[in-house]
Structures are given as structure tokens and as C-alpha cells.
Design a protein around this ligand. Structure first.
Ligand code: CAA
Length: 240
């Protein structure tokens, strides 16, 4: 039986690549999204992957979303916590709201989704969770105290939950992408981005598919001995 996987923020950018890679590898995929109906519908038509709309920053919405997917596709055995937003700005300019939104979505979303799926995974004795962190959670980034804190939190969350799942057949791992060619990175001012790319030893931005490959590796049934780890995929920009 094909395993059911949910990918948050799964209709665009890195999430889209992950959803498609999982589908191509034989998983039954549910792609969550929060806002962009047009892009989500186009994604669904293009890929044949069902889309589900809810806001991962709300626990109740995650619980309802997981329930709906499980009633339509079957028990969720793979969760990829990919949904993330940026609200960049220096400390001087950053409003408390920009802190809250990024923490609630990027880190709170991981808690909410794991909370919603955890008991089912425990009961079935199998689960694969992959949390998408960031190089900027490992190394920090000027203008991103909110994002760096949330992503760094994801790496701690992964190690803590990895310990809780280890004896229960549930692995919890993270991927820390570097700068990947997505809408999010395209929003960085061009002059700033050019300086960042100049510091990537591989000499280019990463591709979303290059993150998806890592997810496939971590969620494989054969991956039962890999837990609490962070896979850095960043073109050598930060060796951690
Ligand atoms: N280190 C030191 N100083 C820096 C700096 C850096 N990395 N970046 C900017 N500065 C300095 C500037 O030189 C400037 O100094 P002066 O005033 O003395 O000239 C000052 O800080 C202000 O810089 P800006 O004009 O850029 O300020 P701003 O308020 O207009 O913008 C910013 C600040 C929003 C942080 C902008 O620089 C920016 O967008 N930076 C990119 C942040 C980034 O990398 N975000 C990643 C998004 S993608 C992502 O997050 C995905 C992932 O996981 C990798």
C-alpha cells in the first residue's frame, strides 16, 4: 500500500518539488497551502496531487486538515513541514507582528502538524517526519532575527522529537536548505542576493529538486536508523 504523505506549503517552491518527488516515488500525496488559490489550482491540475487549504499556524486547522486527508487518502505516515514565510527587516525596523507571524508559521506550524499526526503514528508504530529548516537557522542572517530564530528552533525541535519517536518507529529529521531558486529567494533585493550567491562555493543557487532528493532519502522505509539529524544542502555555503 502506498504511504500517505502530507507536505505543508506543498504547492509552490521547494514544497512543490517535494510533493512531486514523493508522488513520483509512489506516495499518495496531499499538498497543503495557505493562501494562493490560483497557484494551488494550477498545481493540482498540472500534477494530479490533491490540495488542501489551511493555515499551519493554527492548531485546530492542522487537526481538521489531517483528519480530512486521513478520511480521503488514509492514515498519514509522512509529514513534511515545509511551510514557511519571511518578514525580513533589521531589528530597528522589525515590528512585533513580523516576529509573531514568522514564529507562528515556521516553527508553530511544525508543532501543530506533528501534534495532529503524532498519535496516529505512535499507534501504527511508523512515521517519517522531515522539517525544513534553513542555513539561516544554522548561521544567522542579517535582517532575519525572526526567521533565523524560527528555523534554529526547528533544528532543536527535530532533535527533541527525534528522541521521543526513536523507540516507536518514528524518525524526525531536518533539512537545512541554503539559497534555493524560489519566489522567496527572488524577493531578496538583487544587489544583496548577488553578494550572497558570490559566497556559495558551488557558484549558483540551489534547485528545489535538490532539496526534494534529500526528503526522499530521509522518508524512505530503509531510513529507520536516521533520526534527529540535519542534512545541510547549501552548495557548501555553510559547513556545519
Ligand atoms: N552584514 C552587515 N551589514 C549589512 C548586511 C550584512 N549581511 N546587509 C546589509 N547590511 C547593512 C547595509 O550595508 C546598510 O548599511 P549602511 O546603512 O551603513 O549603508 C544597512 O545594513 C542597511 O541595509 P539595507 O539598505 O539593505 O537595509 P534595509 O532596511 O533596506 O533592508 C534587509 C534590510 C531587509 C535585511 C535587506 O538587506 C535584505 O532583504 N537582506 C536579505 C536578507 C536575506 O538574506 N533573507 C533571506 C530570504 S530567503 C530565505 O530566508 C530562504 C532561506 O532559508 C535561505
Amino acid at each position: 500500500m502506498a504511504r500517505v504523505a502530507v507536505v505543508t506549503g506543498g504547492t509552490r517552491g521547494i514544497g512543490e518539488a517535494i510533493s512531486v518527488a514523493l508522488k513520483n516515488a509512489g506516495y499518495k500525496v496531499a499538498a497543503n497551502y495557505a493562501g494562493n488559490d490560483e497557484r494551488a489550482k494550477a498545481f493540482e491540475a498540472r500534477t494530479g496531487i490533491k490540495v488542501y487549504k489551511w493555515d499551519v499556524s493554527t492548531l485546530e486547522e492542522c487537526a481538521a486538515g489531517v483528519k480530512k486527508i486521513e478520511s480521503e487518502l488514509g492514515p498519514i505516515e509522512v509529514i513534511v513541514n515545509n511551510a514557511g514565510i519571511t518578514r525580513d527587516g533589521t531589528m530597528k525596523k522589525m515590528a512585533r507582528q513580523a516576529w509573531d507571524e514568522v514564529l507562528d508559521t515556521n516553527l508553530g506550524g511544525c508543532f501543530n502538524m506533528c501534534k495532529a499526526g503524532w498519535e496516529g503514528m505512535l499507534a501504527r508504530g511508523f512515521g517519517r517526519i522531515v522539517n525544513i529548516g534553513s542555513i539561516n537557522g544554522q548561521a544567522g542572517q542579517y535582517g532575519q532575527v525572526n526567521y533565523a530564530a524560527a528555523k534554529s528552533g526547528i533544528h532543536g525541535f527535530t532533535k527533541a522529537l527525534g528522541q521521543e519517536g526513536a523507540a516507536k518507529g518514528i524518525t524526525v529529521n531536518a533539512i537545512a536548505p541554503g539559497y534555493i531558486d524560489t519566489d522567496m529567494v527572488a524577493a531578496v533585493p538583487p544587489d544583496v542576493l548577488a553578494k550572497i550567491v558570490a559566497r556559495i562555493p558551488v557558484g549558483r543557487l540551489g534547485k528545489a529538486d535538490e532539496i526534494a532528493r534529500g526528503v526522499l532519502f530521509l522518508v524512505a522505509d530503509e531510513g529507520g536508523f536516521i533520526t534527529g539529524s540535519t542534512m545541510s544542502i547549501n552548495g557548501g555555503q555553510h559547513m556545519y
